[in-house]
Ligand binder design. Structure first.
Ligand code: KG4
Ligand code: ZN
Length: 348
């Protein structure tokens, strides 16, 4: 079965084709257009511009992915698309195109949860993790720890009570005068800094649960940069101190989640999962406990169509079918824990 995946939940248009197979499937091709340049002048994503750009790019990317895989639209057996969470107007573009194509072709349309896409994306790597595992989801909108028993079987262990980790990176980058998107730029600047030159809090490190809080950390940075002693030349040190504080808390809570569940495998997904320092610290800490951390391939860390095609394909293979219907349904707010497993219940 060949599944086309369409992602348009925020500022990336992604299209991919995944083929399911006996034992293991494979990603046949994927194309991506990032709107970073479009939104950079505004310092953040402008929803209306995002929707319009998805409309412009999607047909071209669809053509491109079919060409690169030497397939025709007639070869596609199902169409998966991001139905939420995300920006309503942006989601509607992918949902409308996917549902219309599915209706025209008479194939199932599969609405996919964006975070399920992220969460399952490490399974696309050459050496995929096996269920069950703990997932640390760290994106621009979410910071969550999940116990994952299988596709659609997600139990929330902890989450951020305020800002998401990526959001904290972006807002702190802004305070340091860096451009959009802030996360990667702050991480780059931090490489040149000394994290020990500033003392920043580790919010909720000893809260006794697996929840996070990042807004106080951002305020601590604000207090420093608006203080009388602040010199812009210290930006790299402050960026490094901020990154270290976020990484410390993410690592401590992820270890707490492994301990609580008795599991040894940690899966990290979402944009912040691309952070080099986070990876190094997690690898060392989890490795010391005899466990292992899995990440998506670097190009699949941030939003993309491959993870949507894959999540749709996993659900299709597990027995989920959604017949084409003219109803275009999106869920801009959609808790991941509302998902259920497709098909039969599994043991364990
Ligand atoms: O998963 P994603 O592409 O989009 C959402 O679904 O939110 O994540 C984007 C987030 C942004 O906040 C971005 O600044 C952050 O991931 N990010 C990073 C890095 N690369 C992306 N944060 C820290 N270090 C990075 N290297
Ligand atoms: Zn995302």
């Amino acid at each position: 079965m060949k599944v086309l995946g369409i992602e348009t939940s925020c500022d990336e248009t992604g299209v991919a084709i995944y083929e399911t197979g006996e034992g293991s499937g494979r990603l046949l091709g994927h194309c991506l257009h990032s709107q970073v340049d479009l939104h950079a002048a505004y310092g953040g994503v402008v929803p209306e511009l995002a929707s319009r750009d998805h409309i412009r790019r999607l047909p071209l990317l669809l053509e491109q992915v079919l060409q690169s895989t030497a397939l025709r639209i007639e070869d596609i057996d199902a169409i998966a698309y991001t139905a939420g969470p995300g920006l309503a107007g942006a989601l509607l573009v992918g949902a409308s195109v996917a549902e219309s194509l599915a209706l025209a072709r008479g194939v199932p349309a599969l609405p996919v949860h964006h975070l399920e896409g992220h969460l399952l994306s490490p399974l696309l790597s050459a050496d995929p993790p096996a269920f069950p595992f703990v997932a640390l989801l760290v994106s621009g909108g979410h910071t969550q720890l999940m116990r994952v028993r299988g596709v659609g079987e997600y139990a929330l262990l902890g989450e951020s009570v305020d800002d998401a980790a990526g959001e904290a990176f972006d807002k702190t980058a802004k305070l340091l005068g860096l451009g959009y998107p802030g996360g990667p730029q702050l991480a780059r600047l931090a490489q040149e800094g000394d994290a020990r030159r500033f003392k920043l809090p580790r919010p909720m490190l000893h809260s006794g649960d697996l929840d996070f809080s990042f807004s106080g950390l951002k305020t601590a940075v604000l207090n420093i940069v608006s203080g009388a002693d602040w010199r812009p030349a210290q930006a790299a040190d402050l960026a490094a101190a901020f990154q270290e504080a976020v990484v410390d808390v993410l690592c401590a809570k992820a270890l707490g989640a492994l301990k609580k569940t008795g599991l040894k495998t940690l899966v990290v997904a979402g944009g912040v999962g691309a952070n080099r320092r986070l990876r190094d610290v997690l690898d060392a800490a989890v490795g010391k406990r005899g466990g292992r951390v899995h990440y998506p391939e670097p190009e699949l860390c941030t939003d993309n169509g491959a993870m949507i095609a894959f999540a749709g394909a996993m659900r299709l293979a597990a027995g989920e079918t959604r017949h084409a219907s003219p109803a275009v349904r999106i869920r801009p707010r959609w808790p991941l824990t509302e998902l259920t497993a497709p098909g039969a219940t599994r043991d364990q």
